[in-house]
Design a protein around this ligand. Structure first.
Ligand SMILES: Nc1ncnc2c1ncn2[C@@H]1O[C@H](COP(=O)(O)OP(=O)(O)OP(=O)(O)O)[C@@H](O)[C@H]1O
Ligand SMILES: [Mg+2]
Length: 357
């Protein structure tokens, strides 16, 4: 939701090469409309939704084209564009599970002149899966170690983990642990008018309120069995406000400290039940939150908590690379091993939009 992450990568037999990567921030007015659109009480008209869909598609196409310009690589050298889309809502619950991503893939294909793979989630939901997270197969392909188990942790808006068994190119499990940056971002925006808490300094200036933390940890999502997935329609300002009810005297920096602790604690609890892996490899924008990373390290003393940078992959572009990898699988007609349902299973993900001949 902060912007468009794009990566130009080559997928080798078992190796990723990145030629260029860049984040293009959404124009502020567009970002404000996206934030409005994801509000639980949003009343978008069909026209509002469709217009956003095309505008975001134009942003994605521009990001892809800018990357090719930077790298001085001609578009026809590119097999495909993989576009995850901007999530507006994720609702895997029966009886009508859905996950809405916008950013028109036809626009991307037309502007870039390259095949564009999009809509990665719906087929998994149609088969009763969570539709998220889809990155564990890529994490396994990219980060598995022949001898030691590893865990990948993506600190995006929502946090998700992939448990990787040694020597296996399929993840053992992958699920959303709950909030990544989203609650801290929402509270910072609400209380300070800033998009995020730089380096976690504001959280570090407050003290954790144990009662509030305990209350929030009592939320049903944290105790739910895996596989599971969630979104910002669940962990948002409303969630915070609900728990602050009857606690008017809490200082806002203490709330922030508590939200940071909630993020850490919910991840740690989710990992407590897993194999004690040697390394916890972290990616996503949350790696830049120094406070969050320090607390994670302290809470998980037996694990080596490191940025994916230490493994040669820029933490800000792991997700972008993952969708390039998924697009490559789709273009090659290969399924991916998903961990979004009770039994891991292979599925072909994504729909291909072809440019004109
Ligand atoms: N220097 C920093 N200090 C603290 N937090 C940071 C810093 N830099 C980035 N972040 C956090 O990273 C977030 C962006 O991360 P990322 O792009 O991985 O997630 P997203 O786009 O919000 O969500 P998702 O990937 O789930 O769609 C910011 O909103 C902010 O919370
Ligand atoms: Mg982002």
């Amino acid at each position: 939701m902060d912007g468009v992450d794009a990566a130009l990568v080559e997928i080798g037999t078992n190796r990723l090469t990145t030629f260029a990567s860049a984040t293009t921030h959404y124009p502020p007015a567009l970002r404000a409309r996206l934030l409005d659109a994801i509000a639980p009480a949003a009343r978008l008209t069909l026209h509002d939704w469709a217009t956003l869909h095309i505008e975001v598609g134009e942003q994605f196409a521009a990001a892809a084209i800018a990357l090719l310009d930077t790298a001085q690589i001609p578009a026809d050298a590119v097999t495909a564009v993989g576009s995850h889309g901007q999530t507006l809502r994720h609702h895997p619950q029966p009886p009508h599970p859905y996950s809405v991503q916008i950013g028109d893939a036809a626009t991307i294909a037309a502007r870039t002149g390259r095949p564009t793979v999009a809509d990665f989630r719906s087929i998994d939901l149609a088969y009763g899966g969570q539709g998220a997270p889809l990155v564990p197969p890529f994490h396994a392909w990219c980060f598995q170690d022949p001898v030691t188990p590893r865990v990948l942790l993506n600190l995006g808006g929502i946090a998700n983990v992939s448990l990787l068994a040694p020597g296996s190119t399929a993840a053992l499990a992958g699920f959303d642990t709950g909030p990544g940056n989203c609650l801290m971002d929402d509270w910072t925006r609400h209380a300070r008018g800033e998009p995020f808490d730089r380096d976690g300094d504001w959280a570090a200036s407050g003290s954790v309120d144990p009662a509030l933390l305990g209350d929030m940890l009592g939320d049903a999502y944290f105790g739910a069995a895996i596989p599971k997935s969630t979104g910002r329609e669940y962990f948002n300002l409303e969630f915070i406000r609900r728990h602050l009810d009857g606690r008017p005297s809490l200082r806002s920096q203490d709330v922030q400290a508590t939200l940071c602790a909630l993020t850490v604690e919910s991840i740690a609890i989710a990992l407590d039940e897993s194999e004690p892996a040697a390394s916890l490899i972290v990616c996503g924008g949350g790696v830049h939150n120094r406070r969050l990373m320090t607390l994670l390290g302290e809470r998980l003393p037996t694990r080596r908590v490191v940025s994916s940078e230490a493994f040669g992959v820029d933490p800000d572009y792991v997700e972008a690379a993952a969708f390039a990898w998924l697009a490559e699988r789709r273009m090659s007609g290969l399924p991916v091993m998903l961990t979004t349902s009770r039994e891991p299973r292979p599925l072909h993900l994504g729909a291909v939009y072809l440019p004109r001949p």
